[in-house]
Write a protein that binds this ligand. Structure first.
Ligand code: GDP
Ligand code: MG
Length: 357
């Protein structure tokens, strides 16, 4: 795998473009984690990046979250908000003003930051504290930059799709909003879709696979990520999972990976302990035939490689797309003639028309 400075610079540039909301006009190369609610999306992200979302809040993901790991000798975490594309100037300024930096991960502090971020985005937190404008979900993106020993990797977590509204919390409209948001990310031709599914359910019933198939019929840019292998208690269930991982029943060209994340009961383990536990788990003979598709570190290497590959391949196309949009905008601007922003200029313009007439 190549890791020259040039490659890292490309990834950083693409992140910069996303920050400027260019992604709402031009598809940008990216990795997006999708799945049904509680399939383990945020846990996969936590395993991949080492960043733990505050747990106590009991909240599910209410907006897209972009996590970027960057190599830096000084470890720190920076949290900010990328405003929704249609935000007016006032809202935009308010959202951009939200900037927090941590040099040490402290869970209480982090929970507080997330609460503040939710408030800034106008997220309704429960049936009690609702204002008329607060929604359950937001189109803003929460951006988390983690500076540390890891090479560049950016992954985007989106809210999980769901079918049944929770009274006082989510509505039928929210269901549609989330589905559209997820679809929009998946439809992007330069997105690699990580479809997260738990091992302990019937994979064929997972809504997300249907959506992935609609967005990527050839299955060239969808990868299956199977979570909760430790909860697949029956041999038959594990057998079905192994078949998928071996590529027996799968039409996804990127294939399936299995990872074991933090369980719901585990509030205290460290990343190192979980990595070790995962290693022990996958060392059982059952998994030994598919080790190259098991575990977080294997998945991480593969994702880094994939992201680099599409970023490098697509970078010239992204540039061409931007140039094209820019030229169109410039032509349109020229067609409008010189600016006439004030009364004087407008009077002059009308005067000229009158003279010509
Ligand atoms: P999301 O809604 O898709 O983001 O799902 P979460 O990441 O919040 O996970 C839902 C629940 O499943 C959480 O309680 C996790 O701790 C648990 N979970 C996720 N992955 C695993 C896993 O590999 N094994 C076990 N036992 N639990 C997991
Ligand atoms: Mg989540």
């Amino acid at each position: 795998m190549e890791r020259g400075l040039g490659n890292q610079a490309i990834l950083a540039k693409i992140d910069k473009l996303r920050e400027l909301n260019v992604g709402s006009m031009i598809p940008l190369p990216q990795l997006v984690v999708v799945g049904d609610q509680s399939s383990g999306k945020s846990s996969v992200l936590e395993s991949l990046t080492g960043f733990s979302f505050p747990r106590a809040t009991g909240l599910c993901t209410r907006y897209a979250t972009q996590i970027t790991c960057c190599r830096d000798p000084l470890p720190s975490v920076a949290i900010s908000i990328i405003p929704r594309p249609d935000a007016d100037d006032k809202l935009k300024a308010k959202l951009l003003a939200f900037q927090r930096q941590l040099t040490k991960i402290d869970n209480d502090e982090l929970a507080k930051i997330f609460q503040d971020a939710n408030a800034a985005m106008g997220i309704r937190m429960g049936s009690g504290v609702s204002t008329s404008t607060a929604g359950a979900f937001s189109e803003d993106i929460l951006k988390i930059e983690i500076y540390g020993p890891d090479d560049h990797l950016t992954v985007i977590d989106v809210p999980g799709i769901f079918r049944v509204p929770t009274p006082g919390l989510t509505t039928e409209m929210d269901i549609k909003l989330v589905e559209n948001m997820v679809k929009r990310y998946m439809d992007n031709s330069r997105t690699i879709v990580l479809a997260v599914m738990p091992c302990n359910v019937d994979i064929a019933t997972q809504e997300i696979l249907k959506l992935a198939e609609a967005a990527d019929p050839e299955g060239t840019r969808t990868m299956g990520v199977l979570t909760k292998p430790d909860l697949a208690l029956e041999k038959a269930t594990r057998g079905a999972v192994l078949d998928l991982v071996r590529g027996k029943r799968s039409n996804l060209k990127l294939g399936y990976y299995v990872v074991k994340n933090r369980s719901a009961d585990d509030a205290t383990s460290t990343l190192a302990q979980r990595t070790q536990a995962e290693k022990v788990f996958f060392s059982s003979p059952e998994w030994s035939g598919v080790v190259e598709r098991c575990g977080v570190s294997t998945l991480k290497e593969r994702l880094r490689h994939l992201l680099m590959k599409i970023s490098k391949e697509e970078f010239p196309n992204v540039k061409a797309d931007i140039d094209h949009r820019l030229r169109c905008a410039e032509t349109a601007l020229e067609d409008m003639g010189p600016a006439r922003a004030d009364h004087g200029a407008q009077r002059l313009y009308l005067g000229r028309i009158a003279t010509r007439f």
